[in-house]
Write a protein that binds this ligand. Structure first.
Ligand SMILES: NC(=O)c1ccc[n+]([C@@H]2O[C@H](COP(=O)([O-])OP(=O)(O)OC[C@H]3O[C@@H](n4cnc5c(N)ncnc54)[C@H](OP(=O)(O)O)[C@@H]3O)[C@@H](O)[C@H]2O)c1
Length: 346
């Protein structure tokens, strides 16, 4: 199959492109950087240079590739996330999820593509009332913290236009909080540095996802699944109160600080309080049933330990860290936090 991957050098793209090539697909992979082409070629793809916000460049690159499937993996999160200014951190990503999606959808349609798969997100975007784990039937948060409204609007836009795109089978894969090779593994770094506190009851529920499982779900969605949105998460949504102390212990780090909600709110703002105490997790049942996909890293427990072992051995999971990305804070496609140190400053 001929496949166009927009944003192929990112956390997911660099795990996805080799899987696509290994499955025998003919892959065109985009980057904005002319000097990034060699890396994409080394993965077995044909590189294309384009800025996703330039409609002419997108149109030309996609037309040249004549893809049957277009995959949108463009985000701009490498700088990390400032929780106090969440929407500001996501400003370019929000444009890529709205304007960038429009340009790519138009290009895919003009090139005669059959299917369009876009990177979405699940986690803090879920409604924060009712049960601890949400499905695709549950609404997005009707009242997110003020600082997340624009980012949620971007997610909402993507989830409306992609499945509804005329003439295309549009699928949004809502990836959970990513970790693994290609990412900065922020959660591990912040836990080691004791920058993630237990706030109040620490009842925020997180759904994690290993990058190789994100890539595998994307491969599954090439041929399976009806148009719509799919939560792509591991099998064990977990409260911060469960995963954070466990992780600190396993990493040999000091136990996390405890902070009252009022102090965390004062020190780090509403988004930090929300993700640590209020957010809900996400069920992967629909993806398992309709995409016939199962996460090979079924729980963050085994995944985090594997990443830690690889980082200690200086392996690929550690590469992003040594490249200096870990300190940028937990970008997490949105789940994020710059961390809070012992005095509660983010
Ligand atoms: N669900 C999640 O939790 C989630 C999702 C995504 C990312 N993240 C986290 O965010 C951090 C950074 O992610 P990342 O490494 O994927 O980097 P990123 O900066 O978000 O870039 C991702 C991809 O988007 C492309 N891109 C950025 N701006 C573009 C534009 N204007 N036009 C076209 N393409 C553009 C980049 O291409 P270039 O080659 O041109 O730079 C790259 O291939 C990682 O730690 C990751 O874990 C988390």
């Amino acid at each position: 199959m001929r496949i166009f991957v927009a944003g192929a050098a990112g956390a997911i793209g660099q795990r996805l492109v080799p899987q696509l090539v290994a499955a025998g697909h003919q892959v065109t992979a985009s980057t904005r950087r002319p000097d990034g082409q060699a890396r994409l070629r080394a993965m077995g793809a044909e590189p294309a240079v384009m800025d996703g916000l330039d409609p002419a460049a997108v149109g030309e690159a996609v037309a040249r590739a004549r893809p049957e499937v277009v995959i949108h993996q463009m985000t701009a999160l490498a700088g990390g996330t400032d929780l106090r200014h969440f929407d500001r951190s996501f400003a370019v990503t929000n444009r890529l999820r709205t304007e960038g999606t429009d340009h790519l959808l138009a290009a895919a349609t003009a090139a005669g593509a059959r299917r369009f798969i876009a990177q979405g997100f699940t986690g803090w975007s879920n409604i924060r009332s009712g049960g601890p784990v949400k499905t695709e039937q549950d609404p997005l948060d009707p009242d997110p913290p003020a600082n997340q409204r624009q980012t949620l609007a971007g997610i909402r836009y993507l989830e409306n236009v992609v499945p509804g795109a005329p003439g295309l089978e549009g699928i949004v894969l809502r990836y959970g909080a990513l970790y693994g090779p290609g990412t900065a593994n922020e959660v591990l770094g912040l836990t080691r540095q004791r920058k993630l506190p237990l706030v109040g009851e620490a009842g925020g529920v997180w759904s994690f996802l290993h990058t190789d499982d994100a890539a595998a779900a994307t491969v599954a969605a090439l041929t399976r699944g009806r148009p719509g949105v799919y939560n792509i998460t591991d099998d064990e949504p977990a409260k911060v109160a469960d995963w954070l102390p466990w992780l600190a212990r396993e990493l040999g780090a000091k136990p996390p600080m405890r902070l009252p909600v009022w102090l965390a709110r004062l020190a780090a703002g509403e988004v930090a309080v929300s993700v640590l105490t209020q957010i809900r997790g996400s069920s992967n049942a629909k993806a398992r049933a309709e995409l016939d996909w199962v996460p090979s890293w079924a729980s963050w427990r085994q995944g985090f330990l594997a990443v830690d072992a690889a980082e200690r051995a200086g392996g690929p999971a550690g590469a992003a860290r040594t490249a200096g990305k870990a300190s940028g804070g937990m970008a997490s496609g949105g789940m994020a936090s710059g961390g809070m140190d012992s005095s509660g400053h983010s």
